[in-house]
Ligand binder design. Sequence first.
Ligand code: BG6
Length: 447
Amino acid sequence: MKRSFVVLGGSGDLTGRLLLPSLAELYERGVLDGDVEVLAVSQQDWDDDAYRDWARQRLTAHAADLAEDARERVVAQLGHQPGDVTSPDDLRRALERVDGVPVVYLALPNTVFLPALTALREVGLPDGARVVVEKPFGTGIEDAHELNEVLHGLVPEEAVFRIDHFLAKQTVLNVLGLRFANRVFEPVWNAQHVEAVDIVFDEDLGLEGRAGYYDKAGALRDMLQNHLLQLLAVVAMEPPQALDAATLQARKADVLRAVQAEVASSVRGRYTAGTIGSRELPAYADEDGVDPARQTETYAEFTVTVENWRWSGVPFRLRTGKALGTKRKEIVVRFKPVPHLPFADEQPEPDVLRLQLSPDGIALEINLNGAGDPFDLEREVLRATSPEQELPAYGLLLREMLAGDPTLSISDVEAEQGWRIVQPVLDAWAADEVPLADYPAGSDGPA
Ligand code: BG6
């Protein structure tokens, strides 16, 4: 069945930086059977040719390493429909223009999902249509719930792709492989043996011109509510009986239902001016398009517990921030100390397993006997690096959307649970119960 993408927000940053380049990558790697028509809808007053010129520039900037043929194959299939994505008439006109069964992609700010989907429901979609919704899925628990209701009135749940591109990262696939294709980890993967789990995503990038979206979202909604909780879900879920979409989503939803945030542990911060390597960053509050009065955080941290048999009592510490001095992206599983040491009195460091993101790899820090005195302990690290991921995360997601397989998307329940978990923290922050701490760009974050 021929498919056409209808991209709402087709002149936006996401479309130009990720969607069109990923499509070109799929062509270059010969992953798609035929060409895919893409109709972009945006408020720009462009005809098809003007849009193609814009797209060509974006592809040159963001897919420079791909062959020109692949990029031109994308450009040749592009069209543009000027319009308001919240107007049923404009959406109807766009849908009438495409040849294939539509995959409607909401590449929009999260605040626009509800009016856009409400307009789309008024128009209706043909049988077999799919809807893709970017992250974060709405602005809060009530909005997410309403979004799910509108979506369910539009297409069946299995035709909804709620994006969390972290699920298509090699790391997540590695966690599944490590946990469920080996015998040695699962028996110790519980509160009896694990002391704590840290899920860290420290970025050295600042705002990167994304104030329009980010200043209304902030670190907690941008990263923690979705990406970091999804990493937690795959680390903490029960073993799935199969790896199809319904089973995987159900196991993740089960564990998310058990997660409780500890508001008192939360930290929020915002970067001030500073230097990272040779880059000088202005204070977040001075970046173009930022409204300092919003008090948007660029750093978010809190601890959650997982209230179930397997994890009771184990803290999962989640942390992410922008403009930090060191890029550190990893899931760290910290094991408990050994119960008895047959050597000297010195208690060695407990074992630590690091599941590292970009570049992906695994490092297991363990204790071994030293080379000299057999009773001396040495810290050794066993490392495995993953071969580079064949397709970038967005490429994998686009392929899955076209194939109709939502395994790497999140379900309605997971999306609402994500908001349920963070809501008490958002409320406490909105009520100013936790101060907004400053940290200089290039530092390790708030003190
Ligand atoms: C996006 C966030 O979803 O993920 C960005 O909006 C963040 O703020 C990005 O930088 C990180 O993902 P990646 O794949 O670029 O490492």
